[in-house]
Design a protein around this ligand. Sequence first.
Ligand code: PMV
Length: 355
Amino acid sequence: MIKTSTPGKLYLAGEYAVVENGNPAIIAAVNRFVTVTIDENTDRCSITSKQYENHLVHWERINSRMVVDDRDNPFQYIIAAIQVTEDYVQALGKPTQKYHLSVNSDLDSGTGKKYGLGSSAAVTVATIKALCQLYHLNISKVQLFKLAAIAHFSVQGNGSLGDVASSVFGGLITYCSFDRQWLSEFLHKITLPELLKLEWPRLEITPLQIPPVLRFLVGWTGSPASTSQLIDKVELKKGKHGIHYERFLHDSNKCVREITNGFRQNNIRLIMQNIKKNRELLQSLSQMAGVPIETPQLTRLIEIAEQFGGVAKTSGAGGGDCGIVLIKSDCDIAGLKAAWRDAGIEPLDLSIYNY
Ligand code: PMV
């Protein structure tokens, strides 16, 4: 039996801008996990997930492609992760095996709603990590990221893949998105082992630390949002607002740089100023693209956090899901959480997860 867990994530800054190649975001892995278990004691390949009431699919490899017995199954990311990893195994000349793979996740609330903590990236990474153990693949974290990025990209083609990097590396990172056009072009021109050895243009992943005087808090609005749809809407509108969009990218990158410097230099004022600035930039992007990034409930979450001395903003694509707060540890954190609860916002008991 093999068991692996990978963390979910939240964006601290740089969201949307990071979708453009080479732009940075700051992302925190959090201590809630997707767990994948592999049981080799079987003669048929299958997948189940607790989140889908133990929905069961069987599959087999026919001419190197996975053929699943239920085409409308909810396991697209798991299947993509298995496909890519087993393509890699075969490219190394090793045989593939039969196993039952089961998934459990605490990135969803008890009522089955997603918190928006990056469950699709976490399940992709957890599946590949488990398979690497099964097939005794000794790969580096960067190579694990590359395999997971290829798998995730094959299902959702419009994201930055920062959530995949966060699940692989854990902790707090700055992530610069690599050139996904380049990946699409190279993917079928060279073998997977060669692709994993190449430097990927513009990819940068750097670890960071939050200064110890700051606490990182998370509130959940209870309304799920579709990141992919929000990205598509921004994508559609950005051409019409060329100069403003370029300015948004420029200013977002500056914010990420300043927050990164603030973390490195323990400069709390610089961090706080730029979290606020990043919130404003996302509000202006929201107006420009006509996309509801900061919903009224997220505004409420942010305003309450500010009343207690914190700085706060939407996290990730917004439109619901979670808001994040940075606040000094000596502020009235219990009071802030109580005020959130009164406003129908659930404080999530999360901290940054380091491997
Ligand atoms: O909504 P989330 O937490 O999945 O974050 C999305 C962040 C974006 O920058 C909007 C998209 C991306 O893929 O980076």
